[in-house]
Design a binder for this molecule. Structure first.
Ligand SMILES: Cc1cc2nc3c(=O)[nH]c(=O)nc-3n(C[C@H](O)[C@H](O)[C@H](O)COP(=O)(O)O)c2cc1C
Length: 249
């Protein structure tokens, strides 16, 4: 996949990563200007077999109170669509850029693969030959108003020793970009907050051990690469044992 981060406003998305939180209660629609910006972003992010589509029928997709935590007050949403033979991780990687763009615009979102009307979402996405809809997100103004930066305590996440196998002291001794990359990935969303990943800092990169094909993995890859880019470290992903390896060029 092309490294499109180089062409985007990485600092804006990085800052947004620490404000993004799964939003399930909405208090208003995006403005017309925000919708236009997001529509343009879906074009920019039409990459690697991923298509992001603004759903015209969000009320039907999210508004039926299925099992799980209900989504209330939502008027808009988007679907993450994959072309034939595109692996799931690509939707996580590209889709998270879209999610962070929403957060940068102060709009709430929530990655969803389960608790929505799949039938309505597939109809709203207007699937083309061979495409599949992998996930959706509501989009709107959070009921609480704005998205505020969350402290570590506000985000239920696994400890650094659990995620890296390193003591807190050894983690502190890592180069700054590696620390930032792990912390940024740790702040990211995962299905049921399972955080199914292990990070191993390497001489010139970072090993991410996680299901190599999952949406969660793509999201973590995006967060790692984003934080590295903010530290002016750029690199590439390659397949590795049980996951992916990010190597600085
Ligand atoms: C791939 C994926 C699928 C998810 N599916 C759902 C879902 O179907 N319903 C839901 O309410 N939340 C869903 N979530 C949201 C997670 O529960 C949430 O990201 C996690 O609890 C961490 O919380 P945070 O996003 O506020 O940091 C999903 C998240 C991801 C990344």
């Amino acid at each position: 996949m092309e490294n499109f981060l180089l062409h985007q406003d990485k600092n804006r998305w990085y800052e947004a990563a620490y404000r993004r939180v799964s939003t399930r209660r909405y208090g208003g629609a995006p403005t017309g200007e925000q919708i236009n910006l997001l529509a343009a972003m879906t074009q920019t992010l039409a990459l690697g077999g991923v298509r992001i589509v603004l759903l015209p029928n969000a009320g039907k997709v999210f508004g039926h109170g299925l099992m799980g935590r209900r989504i209330t007050g939502v008027t808009h949403g988007a679907g993450f669509v994959l072309a034939k033979d595109t692996p799931d991780w690509c939707a996580g990687y590209v889709g998270e850029a879209f999610i962070l763009e929403c957060a940068a615009l102060d709009l709430g979102t929530c990655w969803m693969v389960a608790t929505f009307s799949h039938k309505a979402a597939r109809a709203g996405a207007g699937l083309r030959e061979g495409e599949r809809l992998l996930a959706v997100t509501p989009i709107g103004r959070p009921e609480v108003g704005t998205l505020e930066p969350l402290s570590d305590d506000d985000r239920p996440r696994k400890s650094i020793p659990k995620l890296t196998g390193l003591s807190d002291k050894d983690f502190e001794d890592l180069p700054e970009w590696q620390r930032e990359a792990v912390l940024c990935a740790r702040s990211g969303p995962s299905a049921m907050n399972h955080q199914p990943w292990v990070f191993t800092p390497e001489d010139n990169g970072l090993l991410l051990q996680s299901d190599p094909n999952s949406l969660d993995t793509g999201i973590a890859m995006f967060h790692v690469e984003l934080a590295a880019a903010v530290s002016e470290k750029y690199g590439r992903w390659s397949p590795a044992e049980n996951g992916w390896r990010f190597t600085i060029s």
